[in-house]
Design a binder for this molecule. Structure first.
Ligand SMILES: Nc1nc2c(c(=O)[nH]1)N[C@H]1C(S)=C(S)[C@@H](COP(=O)(O)O)O[C@H]1N2
Ligand SMILES: [Mo]
Length: 391
């Protein structure tokens, strides 16, 4: 399947850590995937994030700069024979082709997707955490096109005692002795939305183009406001139930637990919403600055709550003794990040640029996030180490 030129390329990729083209994804069933310009944390499966200076150049993240988080190789799915099944606590189980799905009203919305493990690598300062060693790039803001999950559920007829909607992917993840799909569930009320909130989408488009293999072709869920793990790619099955999904990625993983050895999964419940977060993208860690004015820029994400907005982003050059308010740029929209910029005065005493944010729901970035064994929800003050030289 892999030709030798690709192998050569792969080796080159591995040595540089950067993949400039989606060479290994073409499966004959769809067009060549667009190029990716990402830093690969692992290549098999594909886990990659953009350089932060590229990430913050636009409010909409181009697909080539959109992070990829996959637990197994992209499954090869024939769109002609593809079926989405809808079962469980419904009056009328469904088996839908892509055309059936696309015959419903189409929605396009912009929403930020972020991995619960974004900024995970920062936990290592306190104690090693496993998993993909993300910097602050496991986040992106895209336009998503698809149909409302609520409409499909209504068509199937959700029974009165139903409380959760399970999603099952078509990927095959080796776990222990077995092979399992990636799965998740969300509360029924989140799935259905209300009023202006369409709830969750079943998407086939991203940034105005057909969803790529990396992002879940031909169909994925998009759950605005929730951690990326609830937006299941390569969606094959929906189950309506009165309980949460038993799938490993809902029942066990994506929880805040304290121990690495013999993890007690019952210690906490599943993570759903993401938290307010921010990072600097204009400068690299360890950047050399000249004393005087420094122009900084980055992203900021309000907590994943409908109507949630960024209240303010603040920057400190003296470890939080004083703060300067940053200016927000980009658009102000539900479940979307914002970009920010600020000019600050740095001195030879400045060792770090520190950033924190607060949102309209009272969510804030704390000084420190308690260490957790799986390295989730790191949203402490963002610290960018710098060296400042006298002019
Ligand atoms: N089927 C499937 N869906 C999945 C995953 C996966 O590995 N398999 N990863 C999840 C995680 S942890 C995240 S953060 C998002 C990432 O979406 P992206 O790769 O499109 O950025 O997809 C989620 N959906
Ligand atoms: Mo994730």
């Amino acid at each position: 399947m892999t030709s030798s030129p690709e192998l050569t390329r792969r080796q080159m990729i591995l040595s540089s850590g950067i993949l400039l083209a989606g060479v290994s994804q073409t499966n004959g069933l769809q067009a060549q995937a667009p190029e990716k310009d990402l830093i690969f944390r692992t290549t098999d499966p594909r886990n990659a994030e953009p350089a932060l200076n590229k990430l913050i150049t636009s409010w909409i993240t181009p697909t080539k700069h959109f992070y990829v988080r996959s637990h197994a190789p992209n499954p090869k799915i024939d769109p002609k024979t593809f079926r989405l099944s809808v079962e469980g606590m419904v009056d009328k189980p469904l088996s839908l082709s892509l055309a059936d799905i696309q015959s419903h009203q189409e929605y396009t919305l912009t929403a930020t997707l972020t991995c619960a493990g974004n900024r995970r690598a920062e936990f290592n300062k306190e104690g090693k955490v496993g998993g993909v060693q993300w910097d602050a790039g496991a986040i992106g803001n895209a336009t998503w096109t698809g149909v409302a999950l609520s409409e499909i559920l209504r068509k199937a007829g959700v029974q009165a005692s139903a409380k959760h909607v399970w999603f099952k992917g078509l990927d095959e993840i080796t776990k222990g002795d077995g092979i399992i799909p990636f799965g998740a569930s969300i509360p029924l009320e989140k799935a259905l939305g209300a009023g202006d909130d369409v709830g969750a989408l079943l998407c086939y488009g991203m940034n105005g183009e057909t969803l790529t293999a990396d992002h879940g072709y031909p169909l994925r869920t998009l759950v605005p406001g929730y951690i990326g793990a609830r937006s299941v790619k390569w969606l094959g099955k929906i189950v309506v139930s009165d309980v949460t999904s038993p799938n490993h990625y809902l029942a066990n993983a994506y929880k805040l637990v304290k121990k690495t050895e013999s993890i007690d999964w019952s210690e906490s419940g599943p993570i759903y919403r993401y938290l307010v977060n921010a990072a600097v993208g204009s400068h690299e860690k360890g950047a050399e600055l000249e004393a005087g004015k420094a122009d900084l820029a980055g992203y900021v994400l309000p907590s994943g709550i409908l109507g949630g907005r960024v209240k303010h982003v603040q920057v400190s050059v003296n470890n939080g003794k004083s703060w300067k308010k940053a200016e927000l740029t980009g658009e102000d929209s539900d479940f979307c990040w914002q970009l920010w910029k600020a000019s600050v005065q740095v001195t030879e005493e400045t060792k770090e640029i520190v950033v924190r944010a607060e949102d309209s729901s009272g969510g804030f970035m704390p000084y420190r996030v308690p260490w957790n064994a799986k390295g989730y929800l790191q949203n402490s003050w963002y610290r960018l180490p710098v060296t400042v030289k006298a002019t």
